[in-house]
Structure formats: structure tokens, C-alpha cells
Write a protein that binds this ligand. Structure first.
Ligand SMILES: [Fe+2]
Length: 311
């Protein structure tokens, strides 16, 4: 039995927070310590603010468990959750050092696959022609802020076809359809063909879909083309270019749209130009220079795979 004098004091939630912080006080790595301490402080404050009930805490645990259960090689529900809560874009924004005029970052999204085929400039990333959508020609230069071309810069590009699905979610599309990696030439120029991006719903059949239903949000993303642009001596930029005439351009559920990332596609109907195009039909043309800032070239940690359709 304890033999403390006086009345037994009631433990307050603030004392538990203090104890929690003390418990991790010996964490050797300073960054780990900073993050874990902040996690304890903010989560305790969060629970106090909303007066979180035990059954709600349990619900949250089950929600996260189910996020894990629907995550597979081609789908990452936790990334999607961070995206739709705006956490991804907060992190991108506070870490980006993108002066005016340089390429700003946006969300990676849960559907990136590394190892896309390397293609020459001018290649068509669409393997199925009309079945993939309306052709789009994308070209420009990769430049330093002073306008110097960056030769050999890599563009890793991916997009959906006209049904709004990435190839790794759609058994009807060939492997790595509408994905490719290309490199700028000596003048920093790049050029490729794809299809004009369409708006698409983020997956609604998992826990993130339930969150959208509960909060009555739209889950439609405005049409966009994904890019990872990298070159030796420059900061790698993970970003998206957003189709400026898309009906959902002002309500992106993952908050990725920025003014500098709006892209205007011009419809080309000129017969001579059509005759020189791979698919001999009217197409959309996007011209865009991409400006990088000096820094470190980095890789991308997460990459989805492809689920082979079950037979
Ligand atoms: Fe996307």
C-alpha cells in the first residue's frame, strides 16, 4: 500500500501528457524525439478539444486498420487519406523552396509506379489510340531560373486514359500504358504525346470514401498530368499540371491545384499539323517550360505496383 500523506490527488489529463513527454525524453535521435513529442502533445490536445470518447478512439483504430486492409500493390489508402486531409499539400508547401516562376510541387498521389519505360522525345505514351482518349501533344523545355536549358533532365510522366483510370487499376490497359520517362535534348527540350487528361473520382469504395460520404465532399479530381522532373544539381519536383478548363478545377479534393500549375491545352485543327501528328486527327496542344531550382536530386520512396486481374 502506498503511504502518501494527505488526500489522493486526481490524475489530470495534463499530467498524463507530461508523463508521456517524460517517457520519450531519452530518445537519442533529436529529430525522432521532436516528432514523437509533438505527436503526443498534439494528439492529447486533439482528444481534449473534441472530448474524444473511448468508442470514437476505437473507431479511429478500426478505420486505420481498414485503410491497411484495402491497401495493395496498386492502391495506397494511407497516402490517399493524407492527401484528402490536406496533410500532403501542407508538407509539400512548407518544404518547397520554389521562388516565383519555378515549378511548384503538388501531390504524388497513390498511383505512381517507378520503372516506366524510357522513351525517346516525340514518343506516344498511349498504346491504344482512340481507346485511350483524345490525343494531346505536350512539349516545352526544362530550364534553370536564369533561362539556361538543362540537357538530360528526366521527366517521369503518368496519367489516366479517358475512363479516368490508371493502367495499374484497369485490366483493359496494357502494362505501363500512358506512363513513360523521357530526357531533354541538348537545348533542354522535351516532347511527347499522350491523351488530354480527364477528371476522375478518387476511390470511394474504401475508408476514405466513407469520410467523403460523411463530410459531403466531392471526390472528383480535376484533370491533370503527373510529372516528376529531375536533373543532376537541381531539386527534384513531384508535381501535376492541371487542365485549366476542367469543371472541378476549383474543388480539388486533395488541394493540389496552384495557380502556377494551371495548364492550357489548345485544340489543333490545322490540317497540315494534323497530317504530321501520329493519329491524324484534331489534337490538344500543351506548351510548358518547367523551371528547376538548384538543389539535390532525390528519388521517390513510394511506388505502386500492378494488380494482375484474377482469372
Ligand atoms: Fe492522378
Amino acid at each position: 500500500m502506498s503511504s502518501h500523506e494527505g488526500s489522493v490527488s486526481v490524475t489530470t489529463s495534463d499530467q498524463i501528457t507530461e508523463e508521456g513527454l517524460k517517457a520519450v525524453g531519452n530518445t537519442p535521435d533529436p529529430r525522432t524525439r521532436q516528432i514523437v513529442e509533438a505527436l503526443i502533445r498534439h494528439s492529447h490536445d486533439f482528444a481534449r478539444e473534441v472530448k474524444l470518447k473511448p468508442e470514437e478512439l476505437l473507431y479511429a483504430a478500426e478505420f486505420l486498420k481498414r485503410c491497411g486492409e484495402v491497401t495493395d500493390a496498386s492502391r495506397h489508402e494511407f497516402i490517399l487519406l493524407a492527401d484528402v486531409l490536406g496533410i500532403t499539400m501542407v508538407v509539400n508547401t512548407i518544404t518547397a523552396d520554389a521562388p516565383d516562376g519555378t515549378l511548384e510541387p503538388s501531390v504524388l498521389g497513390p498511383f505512381y509506379r517507378s520503372g516506366a519505360p524510357e522513351v525517346p522525345n516525340g514518343a506516344d505514351l498511349s498504346h491504344r489510340g482512340d481507346a485511350d482518349g483524345v490525343p494531346a501533344h505536350v512539349s516545352g523545355r526544362v530550364l534553370a531560373a536564369d533561362g539556361t536549358p538543362i540537357p538530360g533532365a528526366e521527366l517521369d510522366v503518368w496519367g489516366t486514359n479517358a475512363n479516368g483510370l490508371y493502367e495499374n487499376m484497369d485490366p483493359g490497359q496494357p502494362d505501363y500504358n500512358l506512363r513513360g520517362r523521357l530526357h531533354t535534348d541538348e537545348q533542354g527540350r522535351f516532347e511527347f504525346w499522350t491523351v488530354k487528361p480527364v477528371s476522375y473520382p478518387i476511390p470511394a469504395d474504401g475508408p476514405v470514401g466513407e469520410l467523403f460520404e460523411a463530410t459531403k465532399r466531392t471526390n472528383m479530381r480535376p484533370g491533370h498530368l503527373h510529372f516528376i522532373v529531375s536533373a543532376e544539381g537541381y531539386t527534384t519536383v513531384v508535381t501535376e499540371l492541371y487542365t485549366d478548363d476542367d469543371e472541378f478545377i476549383d474543388s480539388d479534393p486533395v488541394f493540389g491545384v496552384k495557380a502556377s500549375l494551371l495548364a492550357h491545352y489548345e485544340l489543333i485543327t490545322d490540317e497540315e499539323k494534323i497530317a504530321a501528328a501520329p493519329r491524324k486527327q484534331p489534337y490538344w496542344d500543351l506548351r510548358r517550360d518547367l523551371v528547376l531550382t538548384p538543389g539535390t536530386r532525390t528519388g521517390v520512396q513510394f511506388t505502386a505496383g500492378r494488380e494482375e486481374p484474377s482469372r
